[in-house]
Design a protein. Structure first.
Length: 373
């Protein structure tokens, strides 16, 4: 079989310096996973995952794969995370694809932040609605999009952006949506477990239900598991059950998944100490970096980005730091805009103060590869 066209595409990617590879946890100190609270290491007692429950579900939830545990877990999540209903998807990617591909119809408009996650972009692409981006976190730019918006308008943002780690002006966006009769959808992937009194996320219990049509909670980050739920009204859940293809045409998750999810989310809500330790590390890192001349993206979340001098410098720096025992990852353009190629550093509750201090010091030794503030 002639697969030279595949080889050629791979060669081109490598030539552009954009070759991707799988990577395991690595031997160094974890400054790259999204396991903010260290919950990925915890698992329920084996007896609670009784094999009699079965690990397979056999079919889509709309054929015969539905079971009481799925519905009970959704109801439990809705109750604890302040929504009237919740709907499970096998991953955050699927949740966004499933939500955005069907929510707005032909003639409607999505207005989305230019730095929105790829899973949302792909959902928008599958939808029949118009979609326009607005400048990152820029309320005025969003307001100006009123001139192109048609039909029902859906504003799409993240509460903590996955690359920059910053938060949009949430209250002002809610107010704008309220004033203009727009719907708001917030992806809480990097806020869950990290922000909110008990880690419920930025949008929890804010009294924004009149504009907040949906919130997406993903469980692969701070919850240390996988999967996601779309939170909203029972009508939204019913609508998605009718129209969301990644939900309808896929095999249901197993009972073991729901038992594990509930276990992890209970730990997440109780992880007060871990959240304190996480933010101590975030503060120490920012304080340490401001004493260097290196350019750090403004963020108060555990996602911190150190700007590098282009893709090659970012990759080189990640390699050097890895050789020195720090697991960090380069983020290249076009994943991030040209000129903002970076090392993305994720702080965790389980990183020690010594490790954070050592990382800052290691970074300052490679100044030549980074931008100066
Ligand atoms: C903002 C955001 N939304 C959705 C996703 C996708 O979630 P998952 O990894 O569960 O597919 C990610 C993952 O990186 C993300 O950062």
């Amino acid at each position: 079989m002639d697969v030279s066209f595949l080889q050629e595409a791979i060669r081109q990617r490598a030539m552009q310096g954009l070759f991707r590879t799988f990577a395991g946890p690595g031997k160094g100190i974890d400054f790259c996973s999204n396991d903010y609270l260290g919950l990925s290491q915890l698992q329920p007692e084996p007896q609670s995952l009784n094999p009699i429950l079965g690990l397979g579900s056999g079919a889509s939830r709309l054929i015969s794969g539905n079971h009481a545990l799925a519905e009970e877990t959704e109801a439990w999540v809705a109750e604890h995370f302040g929504a009237d209903s919740a709907l499970w998807y096998g991953s955050g990617y699927l949740a966004n694809l499933g939500l955005f591909s069907c929510l707005a119809s032909r003639g409607d408009t999505y207005l989305y932040d230019e730095f929105i996650h790829a899973s949302i972009r792909d959902g928008l692409r599958l939808s029949q609605a118009h979609a326009y981006s607005f400048r990152h976190n820029d309320l005025e730019a969003l307001r100006q999009k009123a001139s192109v918006a048609r039909g029902r308008v859906f504003v799409v943002i993240e509460s903590v952006y996955s690359m920059d780690g910053d938060t949009p002006p949430l209250e002002a966006i809610v107010k704008l949506c309220r004033d203009l009769g727009w719907y708001l959808i917030v992806d809480e992937a990097h806020s869950l477990g990290v922000f909110g009194n008990r880690g419920e996320g930025h949008t929890f219990s804010q009294g924004w239900d009149d504009v907040l049509l949906a919130r997406v909670l993903t469980f692969g980050k701070a919850a240390g598991f996988h999967g996601a739920m779309v939170l909203g009204s029972p009508v939204l859940k019913e609508y998605l059950t009718q129209f969301s293809r990644p939900l309808i045409y896929t095999t249901a998750s197993s009972r073991a998944d729901f038992i594990t999810l509930r276990f992890k989310l209970e730990k997440l809500l109780m992880a007060e100490e871990a959240r304190l330790s996480l933010f101590r590390n975030v503060e120490q890192f920012i304080r340490g970096m401001t004493q260097t001349s290196l350019a750090l993206m403004p963020s108060v979340s555990p996602i911190q980005s150190v700007l590098c001098d282009g893709n090659d410098a970012a990759v080189r720096l990640a390699e050097l730091l890895s050789a020195e025992g720090f697991e960090v990852r380069a983020v290249r353009s076009p994943t991030v805009p040209k000129g903002t190629e970076r090392i993305r550093i994720i702080l965790h509750s389980f990183n020690t103060q010594e490790q954070v201090g050592a990382l800052v010091s290691a970074l300052s030794h490679h100044e030549a590869l980074m931008k100066i503030s």
